[in-house]
Design a protein around this ligand. Structure first.
Ligand code: PEP
Ligand code: MG
Length: 759
């Protein structure tokens, strides 16, 4: 193995190439070559595990005969490669031929190779293939060699899983047809429709692949776009002629040359003739050049990579001018798919055509998820393996309960989902009849239900008769949609609207809870650990000017309505409450001095940082009510980032530790004679809601679409039975046991139809 620095350098480059590669075959070919070179060995090969054949197929090699690709097939457990795969462990042999598992394949010509090092490629505990290096003379690959190959395999794993899932391996012997992607369930419900890939304009990385129906037309529009870009650059150069140096101006000549007939455009045209539409061909060519230039150790050439990318974007922008997506062009059952979907993009699709949302980034608490839930649109976010460019126009089935997307679903799957969707519609129709009935148990216990709001789409008029108030108004949501901090007047209007719509019911307004995953575009917070950093009250106490404007606006808005409750988020220390209250009192005083007399609203704190669990007495001396944020309490108590899809299976609000904490909190609140509400997602889960009721929570606040099922559960289960259930559940040791037990009881009570569907 070469020196450590060169190993790291090779790793870095290969990762860059593999991740940037548009085509898996090309990535594999480069990878085996690079590994062979870096390890100074004779052979590097990649074997793919074919699930259907339960065998490993030689897919790529440098060193063995290329004719052997696709021909060498080793059943799991057979041969050295099969053994590596079966044991999921590296195998390092100086004399491979003497190993009892050694098998000879004539096609490879590998009898010449003595030494063997094979490592498994594993993604999310699944074995996908094996990476092998071999050497003619006897050689003991050392620890560093092994570590290098294991690291390479780990890198390849993600790319491979992605390519497999998309059917993007254009070799035979691979499963094809229906593919499934997993993400984070962000808004419940199921939908079938057509994938509409939304790409930010002029983004070369998200241009879909399409086979052109008319190559000549594609070439013509490419030429036109290049012509427009050249004219644009010429005009820019003319505008700048007196303002920049001749040296800088010369750059424009370089641009012109790059765009010249013989360079970029010819290559792109060639790619179009190979069967790619103009935007895709442009993206391919630009990417190839950029990748090449970024790899060379020359600053000047590396700068040129940025130039080519910039030119590519400009040409792409012109190409995209002729194919804008307008609401009329959306299919009737659009499932929006994007790298990141913003609330603004959501607004572009007519509501009746929008059936689902999917994105690579985001989490169940990103603001798109909050909007989607409020609108009742099935959503799956954090689908990290999604091959965006290849999804455009594909038929899909979206499962917002389980966090799944099926692309090109098989007829049986479609039929299953058709009936599941029909069942869900029938259930919601059934439940809608009892929406105006009280949320009261059969033994007469009243369980007040409230809603979480944040958007104008929340239909206050319809909800008002069905709820006890707004348990959580997330003020950061309107802040996210604006382009700057809204001023005092603007905020007053917003809050007045909310307070008036729900008056005389109480409205709990939470002060700005930004940070974590909730960034404001105009107030970016860059931190290594945003959830442990500058969040919620920590930000607003550092910016009293922002908090004061907000408090004044809330107070002014509540004048004569008196249904305002103020809630402070992310409280960790009691001093934070003291400081926030001081500012609140100052705002009341200032308004009084301005002739605006307002009542002091009731004040509460969010219990979402574990530290507050142990400070309930001190907090109770200062505030009027508690509101448990189970979303954050779960992430902080379990040390599981609520946005990280990789650990989402560990994120569980019904973890025994959480149940213990919640029960203690409700008992403390009872002892301290303070109301305690819960406004995280757990309140919207019918089984979770029953447990919280049994614990003694005084109200539950949830997204409006969760109300019907929670109400139905409460109306069917007595407080006594819920308490019995709670005492059974509190004895269990693991989250899985808790879920199983809840499922069983819900089944006994014939309420399993209220639970989110699970596999
Ligand atoms: C919570 O943390 O549970 C909560 C309700 O607040 P948010 O989801 O906005 O952080
Ligand atoms: Mg929170």
């Amino acid at each position: 193995m070469k020196s450590k620095t060169s190993m790291l350098e090779v790793l870095r480059r290969v990762i860059q190439e593999v991740n940037g590669a548009r085509n898996l075959d090309a990535a594999l070919a480069t990878m085996v070559r690079r590994i062979r070179k870096a390890m100074q060995t004779d052979v590097c090969s990649f074997y793919l595990y074919d699930k259907e054949l339960e065998s490993l197929v030689l897919m790529e090699t440098i060193g063995l005969r290329t004719q052997a690709v696709g021909q060498v097939v080793l059943p799991l457990g057979e041969g050295l490669v099969g053994l590596v795969a079966k044991r999921s462990e590296p195998l390092n042999l100086e004399d491979a031929q003497s190993h009892p598992h050694f098998r000879y394949f004539e096609a490879t010509g590998e009898e010449r190779y003595s030494s063997f090092l094979g490592v498994p490629i594993i993604h999310q505990r699944l074995m996908l293939g094996v990476l092998v290096v071999q050497q003619a003379e006897q050689r003991q690959y050392d620890d560093e060699d092994e570590a290098f190959l294991v690291t390479m395999a780990a890198q390849l794993a993600g790319v491979l899983a992605h390519a497999l899932a998309t059917g993007n391996l254009n070799r035979r012997a691979l499963p094809s047809g229906q593919t499934m992607f997993k993400g984070v369930a962000a808004s419940p419900g199921m939908a079938m429709g057509e994938a509409v890939v939304i790409t930010p304009p002029s983004d070369l990385n998200s241009v879909p692949d399409l086979v052109p129906s008319d190559e000549d037309f594609e070439v013509a529009r490419l030429k036109e776009a290049i012509g427009k870009t050249r004219a644009e650059i010429r005009a820019a150069a003319e505008r700048l002629v007196n303002r920049i140096s001749t040296q800088e101006l010369a750059l424009f000549d370089v641009y012109q040359q790059m765009l010249g007939e013989a360079a970029l455009s010819e290559e792109v045209e060639k790619r179009i003739r190979e069967g790619q539409w103009a935007p895709g061909a442009l993206a391919d060519v630009v990417r190839r050049h950029v990748q090449y230039l970024e790899r060379v150790d020359d600053n000047y050439l590396r700068e040129r990579a940025a130039d080519i990318r910039d030119l590519g974007r400009r040409v792409l922008a012109h190409l995209q001018e002729d194919s804008p997506s307008t609401p009329e062009t959306y299919p009737d059952n659009a499932i929006l798919v994007g790298d990141e979907i913003s609330v603004a993009m959501l607004g572009e699709v007519p509501r009746d055509k929008l059936k689902g949302l999917v994105s690579v980034r985001g989490s169940s608490t990103s603001h798109v998820a909050i909007v989607a839930r409020a609108m009742g649109i099935p959503t799956v976010l954090g689908m990290v393996d999604l091959p965006l460019p290849r999804l455009s126009g594909a038929p899909v089935v979206l499962d917002g309960h389980r966090g799944r997307l099926f692309v090109r679903p098989a007829p049986e799957l479609k039929a299953r989902y058709e009936s599941l969707i029909a069942e869900e519609e029938a259930l919601s129709e059934l439940l809608s009849h009892e929406q105006d009935l009280p949320s009261e148990t059969p033994d007469g216990h009243d369980m007040p239900l409230m809603v979480n709001t944040g958007l104008a789409v929340d239909a206050a008029a319809l909800l008002k008769s069905r709820i006890s108030g707004v348990g959580l108004y997330r003020t950061e949501v309107p802040f996210m949609i604006t382009e700057r901090f809204p001023g005092e007047k603007e905020q007053t209007r917003l809050y007045r609207d909310q307070l008036e719509s729900f008056s005389p019911l109480p409205v709990v307004m939470r002060t700005l809870d930004i940070g974590g995953d909730k960034d404001l575009p105009y107030f970016p917070i860059e931190e290594a650990n945003p959830f442990l950093g500058w969040r919620g009250m920590r930000v607003t106490l550092d910016h009293p000017e922002v908090l004061m404007v907000q408090l004044r606006a809330m107070l002014k808005a509540s004048k004569e309505l008196d249904n305002l409750y103020v809630l402070f988020p992310m409280i960790t220390n009691v001093e934070e409450v003291d400081e926030a209250l001081r500012l609140l009192d100052r705002a009341i005083l200032e308004l009084g001095e301005e002739g605006i007399d307002v009542e002091r609203p009731k004040v509460g704190v969010m219990i979402e940082v574990p530290a507050t669990i142990y400070q309930m007495d001190a907090l109770a001396k200062r505030v009027d009510f508690f509101s448990v944020g189970s979303n954050d309490l779960t992430q902080y108590l379990l040390a599981v980032d609520r946005n990280n899809p990789r650990v989402s299976s560990l994120y569980d609000a019904l973890h025994p530790a959480l149940l213990g904490a919640l029960q203690e909190l409700s008992q403390d609140a009872l002892r301290l004679k303070k109301p305690i509400s819960l406004c995280g997602e757990l309140a919207g889960d019918p089984a979770g809601a029953l447990l919280l009721m049994a614990m003694g929570f005084t109200s539950l606040s949830m997204n409006a679409p969760s109300l019907p099922k929670v109400r139905a559960a409460i109306r069917r289960v007595s407080l006594k039975d819920a308490q019995q259930l709670l005492s059974e559940v509190m004895l269990l040791d693991t989250p899985a046991q808790v879920h199983m037990h809840l499922d069983k009881r819900m089944d006994d009570w014939q309420l399993s139809h209220l639970l989110p569907p699970r596999d």
